[in-house]
Design a protein around this ligand. Structure first.
Ligand code: FE2
Length: 595
């Protein structure tokens, strides 16, 4: 039985394919069309998933999309009715531009919802048109899966847990920002939720905008900035977001515009854009917003620190309630806010939860996976048989394909055996080289996990500047991340719970910080990836070989890209190698050195 899951018409458009319960492929559209976080319809992703499974669209039994416009309709209508006059006045003049809520997005008015409803209804049309198959030839049943149910499914059915507490913590989707419940066997029971317009994701995005980072997905920059500040605005942030009984929370709406005035959002085919969410009261409280590119001062650092700290308080409030409700100590986590790896890394320290599975694509792209399993396990009651241990579900290329690209580029290359290649690569990085490492299947979700990575020596304190200068051009305050052999985590970090998809930040042991300065953040933390031999044998071997040379079981791993989506194909990798100042590129067993 073949199931196709789709996240369409808003940020991080993606597709996933499940055959008889096994995840065959999952991929984000941005990797193909090269627009970061791209919205729209993920036609290339669908095409790739079908190709990876060796099937055609006619072979698919079920197609699902991760939104259900009919969900919570009474609440939407009630909310819209109370705001109708204002909202409609604000929207009527906005023309035909496609605007829609969802994911980290915001519903702003009835007309947007109607437009979006129509789009979801048109999923079949789009699929037929974009994939070139007449609708009459579809055999598939079509499903709408509510946004947060898709998130919850993505954190449970592919987790190692038979029974677990589940939390989706997000911006918005289908009028809900946060949903929690319990998963057991083939069922997920929803136990609570927080509705529009209250959202931790919106709080984080609004503050991120205020701090002068306007792009969709910039929230991670603020998380990286936070450790430089002091949380001296806690009182203000406790006024801005308040916790309630029953694990709930609410925004003080005086600080926001989204609920009253609406926020301009564009989900056209390119990268999403979001209008200003914070209100004038935010400015009256903190002073004028920082302009993009203006120097960062202590005020911005302290606001970032306070925001991060308050987010953690609110998240632990929800999680502690969820534990009380369920008595469980295993947790499945998803939603855009679950990309906050600093928060995730503190869960075990601040709640009774003992094991955490974070969906590798915790944001909206991962709902494509959730949709597949909500249909397969939840709806069709098929037994669970798949554990998503890594995130290596994207395109891969044969030796011949990689060699052909090298030949076409006219580059000199060397060829190594399987055993030699990791040794040579380890020698390169131990010698100070900046290395592109392109191997196997591309990762799903935001993190490069050793298959589309730039890898360097973490012992060199100057590596951060070298990477920024030569390739990444990131803000200097942002940290770089370590990959560590799973079996050595306890030697370097204060916590040892696995973090295979780089979604946990732990403290580096005090005595080790000087040994790996390039991956130790200003507060002594590191956003680690624990690498196991079973899940990624070649990357594990590379780090083992590096350890044999240097005594250090850690490398610095950053995504293989230069301010663009992570590279997907050998062509992308070669182009990135040529236009940056990388020293060496490994494509499978081939190595190209800059002469
Ligand atoms: Fe979402």
């Amino acid at each position: 039985m073949i199931i196709l899951g789709i996240n369409a018409y808003h940020g991080d458009a993606s597709a996933a394919l499940v055959r008889d319960g096994q995840l065959v492929a999952a991929v984000e559209e941005e990797r193909f069309n090269r627009f970061k976080h791209c919205a729209g319809f993920p036609a290339e992703s669908v095409r790739y998933c079908l190709e990876a499974a060796g099937v055609s669209l006619e072979d698919v039994s079920h197609v699902g999309v991760s939104r259900d416009p009919s969900a919570h309709l009474h609440k939407k209508v009630l909310y819209a009715a109370t705001r109708a006059a204002k909202n409609l006045a604000g929207v009527e003049g906005s023309g035909a531009r496609a605007k829609a809520g969802g994911g980290r997005g915001i519903f702003t008015a009835i007309s947007e919802r109607l437009a979006n409803t129509a789009k979801v209804r048109d999923l079949k049309d789009d699929l037929a048109r974009r994939l070139g198959l007449p609708k009459s030839r579809f055999r598939a049943q079509f499903h709408n899966v509510e946004h947060h149910r898709a998130h919850l499914a993505s954190s449970f059915y592919v987790s190692p847990f038979g029974r677990a507490a589940l939390l989706s913590i997000d911006g918005f989707g289908d009028f809900i920002s946060t949903m929690w419940g319990v998963g057991e066997g083939g069922d997920i029971e929803v136990l609570g939720q927080v509705e529009y317009p209250h959202s931790t994701g919106i709080l984080y995005t609004a503050t991120t905008q205020f701090l002068g980072f306007p792009h969709y997905g910039d929230e991670g920059k603020v998380m990286g900035l936070a450790p430089y500040g002091r949380p001296r605005f806690m009182e203000e942030f406790r006024r801005i977001i308040q916790t309630d009984e029953g694990g709930r929370f609410r925004l003080n709406l005086d600080f926001f515009r989204h609920h009253a005035e609406g926020v301009e959002m564009s989900w056209d085919e390119g990268s999403p854009t979001v209008g200003r969410i914070f209100s004038d009261k935010f400015e009256r409280t903190f002073g004028p917003p920082r302009e993009k590119g203006a120097p960062l001062t202590d005020r911005e650092r302290d606001i970032a620190a306070s925001l991060q700290s308050r987010l953690e308080e609110v998240a632990f409030h929800v999680l502690n309630h969820l534990h009380e409700q369920t008595g469980l100590t295993d947790l499945g986590l998803s939603g855009g806010v679950a990309y906050n790896s600093v928060m995730n890394g503190k869960i075990l320290l601040n709640t009774p939860f003992r094991r955490v599975f974070v969906q590798p694509a915790a944001g909206d792209s991962g709902t494509a996976v959730g949709v597949c399993y909500q249909i397969y396990n939840g709806l069709l009651k098929q037994p669970r048989s798949f554990h998503m241990e890594g995130a290596y579900t994207g395109p891969e290329f044969t030796d011949e394909e990689m060699r052909a690209e090298l030949e076409a580029s006219g580059l000199q290359y060397e060829t190594y055996s399987d055993r030699e290649v990791t040794r040579r690569a380890a020698e390169d990085i131990a010698g100070g080289a900046v290395m592109g490492w392109f191997q196997g299947r591309m990762e799903f979700g935001p993190r490069a996990l050793g298959n589309r990575s730039i890898v360097v020596d973490p012992r060199r304190a100057d590596m951060k500047d070298i990477l920024n200068d030569r390739i990444k051009k990131r803000e200097p305050f942002r940290p770089f991340a370590p990959s560590i052999l799973e079996e050595r985590v306890g030697d370097y970090f204060e916590q040892t719970h696995p973090a295979p998809t780089m979604l946990m930040v732990y403290q580096v042991r005090e005595e080790k910080r000087a040994e790996v300065p390039a991956v130790t953040h200003v507060d002594g933390s590191g956003r680690l990836q624990t690498v196991s031999r079973e899940v990624n044998p070649r990357y594990h071997q590379l780090i083992s070989d590096f350890c044999e040379l240097t005594g250090v079981p850690v490398v610095l791993n950053t995504s293989f890209n230069e301010n663009e989506p992570i590279v997907c194909t050998p062509r992308h990798a070669i182009d990135c190698f040529l236009k940056t100042r990388m020293d060496v590129l490994y494509l499978g067993n081939y190595a190209v050195r800059r002469s």
